[in-house]
Design a protein around this ligand. Sequence first.
Ligand SMILES: NC(=O)c1ccc[n+]([C@@H]2O[C@H](COP(=O)([O-])OP(=O)(O)OC[C@H]3O[C@@H](n4cnc5c(N)ncnc54)[C@H](OP(=O)(O)O)[C@@H]3O)[C@@H](O)[C@H]2O)c1
Length: 279
Amino acid sequence: MASTRRVAVVTGSNKGIGFAIVRGLCKQFDGDVYLTARDEGLGKNAVEALKKEGLNPLFHQLDISDPTSIQNLKTFLHKQYGGLDVLVNNAGIAYKVDSPAPFAEQAELTLKVNFWGTLNVCDALFPLLRPHARVVNMSSMVSTMVYKGCSDAIKHRIKDPDITMDQIKDLIREFEFAAKANQVEEKGWLKSAYGTSNVGVRVMSFIQQRELSKDTQRPDVIVNSCCPGYVATDMSSHKGTKTIDEGAVTPLYLALLPPNVVSPKGEFVSEKMVEHWPS
Ligand SMILES: NC(=O)c1ccc[n+]([C@@H]2O[C@H](COP(=O)([O-])OP(=O)(O)OC[C@H]3O[C@@H](n4cnc5c(N)ncnc54)[C@H](OP(=O)(O)O)[C@@H]3O)[C@@H](O)[C@H]2O)c1
């Protein structure tokens, strides 16, 4: 029989900010905490490192770009726990500025992991969310920069309070097509695959909250997206000004929001403060 123990999952947590989020949850969350990684060896090493600190995370493999891997985690959680209480969608990639990879390739892979991978994890795991569950989707302030650089027509679609999941998917697909055709700027976008994935995740989170708020069977499920700040990790080539534990502060705040808070809910949060799209 499934345990009724509370359970938290952090994606892409073998290193960087995700690792620090697991560390924080092990200290503050009342339940089991799963460190997940696409590479089992890296994940298990990370679990051992936290055990040396006296913490007790558990491990499960998860590659967010692999539907089978996502399904395996879903089956496991359903069987072991019958639900899910905290989901932090932290896994992500970013090409270096000087990457020689063609932009179309960068756009395809970045969106495959950061947008489509995160969305697929949500679609698979959201049915498991219990009342009062908390979901944190990692985005970034780069989303605001990209928004500012887009055409008025695209800005209008991003900011539409009635935007649907199909419409944000279409918008992301349009960016991917434009990247393949070498027409990103011509079509009204800023040339940033990473930033566009951050826009997508931010809008996705807003829509997810709107939908979950209608679910009367599961009250008080909250989804927010956030920026961790500029953090010294492999992604930032260790140029960030924050430590990974400092970067984990806002995601942890959102993952541990107390029951029945009114705000933040479906928001984008930076330094624990709600940020809106620029007017
Ligand atoms: N660092 C910053 O300044 C900053 C700023 C704003 C937002 N963020 C966001 O914060 C999150 C964490 O970034 P970070 O700086 O900690 O980066 P990081 O050190 O590069 O860590 C990224 C993590 O994601 C994992 N990952 C990548 N692709 C994956 C996949 N397909 N499936 C599962 N895991 C995958 C990586 O695993 P591997 O070890 O196997 O590659 C790694 O564990 C990202 O979403 C990033 O966009 C970071």
